[in-house]
Design a binder for this molecule. Structure first.
Ligand code: F3S
Length: 387
């Protein structure tokens, strides 16, 4: 693998042991995947932030590192809201461990924006090379923005943040970004919501695995694309998809679509995922809500009172953009929590059945929260969750 003089100095230990080890990790990854060089990155998004997922060994490893991020870098959601963990019902032992994880990342120069939607906080551009690790963020960056990132593991993304580069292979290369399977959606999608696109992604992810799908027959907006990609990354391992005439690399009709297999999806296959199951909590914001979603939820909850725990998750930066919407949501008794989410917080394990408007949450809640998951539109969530 080609390395420049700066890289050689880092490998010689001139910038400390942590950076040396981190670059060794990146070089080893690059060799495994056949990368010829490292590529500078515009930003990193580092998973492995919740104490629920990394545990004591993860915390000890993070605490042993000594270097500073050299590019803008944020964290994935953690196990609790940093300021309101008591209100969310997080126990003190967990909170202390989680605070230690955060402190370790802060020492490494990682910004304490704990979110899977970093693209709402910092402009990310078409063609930017990134080292992001949360699967829905990776999908959005590649597919909706046209930036380039592989789905990094937590240590790989952290190493990239500290070194400022990542191995150039996989989705960093144009030749690896072509469609591999065509998905023709044969349904009237004019009334489809984020939940419908999440359900579509849930269904298609199981069929396409880790291939790159090219969709036709749909016209989703950006929040709906977010839900579609998040779900496909959960039930499959889709890190990039294209939508005919919608996503940036599928605008000009230049892909050769003569050889990929074609899958047809009909509306009945999506509708049957919307089952009416009794629930004891509602959780929306997977991936974290956009400002527009928070405003929509505020409008729907206006004049209503929730009759069960009703969680809304978003990044602190997005919450700060629409304070009146957040206030209106909380007036109903629902809670808007930053930094965390329904999957990485231990608090959600107390419920038996959780209603979501997300295909990704539909896939993850059963295993990660040991609860039944029900998907519905945001209107359905409000209807079920309020008096
Ligand atoms: Fe984000 Fe948590 Fe969902 S990290 S995509 S809100 S599972």
């Amino acid at each position: 693998m080609q390395l420049d003089r700066d890289d050689e100095r880092i490998l010689a230990g001139e910038q400390g042991e942590t950076k040396q080890k981190m670059l060794e990790l990146l070089v080893a990854l690059g060799k495994v995947f056949g990368a010829e060089r490292l590529v500078p990155i515009a930003s990193a998004q580092v998973s492995g932030a919740s104490y629920k997922t990394i545990g004591e060994y993860g915390l000890q490893w993070l605490s042993s590192l000594d270097a500073k991020a050299v590019v803008p870098a944020v964290l994935n959601p953690i196990g609790m809201p940093r300021d309101r963990w008591q209100e969310m019902g997080v126990d003190e032992d967990f909170a202390a461990k989680q605070q230690a994880v955060i402190a370790a990342y802060e020492r490494l120069g990682i910004a304490l924006e704990c979110t899977c939607t970093p693209y709402y906080l910092r402009e990310t551009h078409f063609g930017d090379h990134l080292a992001w690790s949360e699967s829905s963020a990776v999908s959005y960056a590649n597919s909706v923005i046209g930036a380039r990132t592989n789905r990094e593991g937590g240590p790989g993304a952290l190493a990239a943040a500290l070194v400022g580069k990542t191995p150039c292979y996989g989705l960093h290369l144009a030749e690896n970004r072509k469609p591999q399977v065509i998905v023709r959606v044969q349904a009237d999608t004019r009334d489809w919501t984020i939940a419908h696109y999440g359900a579509l992604g849930y269904h298609v992810g199981k069929m396409v695995g880790n291939r790159i799908p090219f969709f036709s027959g749909i016209d989703p907006d950006k929040d709906q694309l977010k839900g579609l990609g998040a779900a496909m990354a959960a039930t499959g391992a889709v890190a990039l998809y294209h939508v005919e005439g919608v996503t940036p690399e599928a605008l000009d009709g230049s892909f050769d679509l003569s050889s990929p297999e074609t899958i047809a999806v009909e509306s009945g296959e999506i509708k049957k995922l919307f089952k009416e199951i009794p629930v004891d909590a509602v959780a929306v914001g997977c991936p974290h809500c956009s400002p527009a979603e928070l405003e929509e939820i505020a409008g729907l909850l206006k004049g209503k009172i929730v009759r069960m725990p009703f969680y809304v998750f978003a990044s602190q930066g997005v919450i700060d953009k629409v304070p009146r919407a957040v206030e209106a949501i909380e007036k109903s008794g629902a809670r808007v929590f930053a930094d965390t989410c329904m999957v990485v917080s231990p608090v959600m394990e107390q419920y038996e059945a959780i209603m979501v408007n997300s295909g990704k949450a539909l896939a993850y809640v059963p295993d990660m929260c040991a609860a039944v998951a029900r998907i519905g539109t945001i209107e359905d969530c409000v209807l079920v969750g309020t008096e």
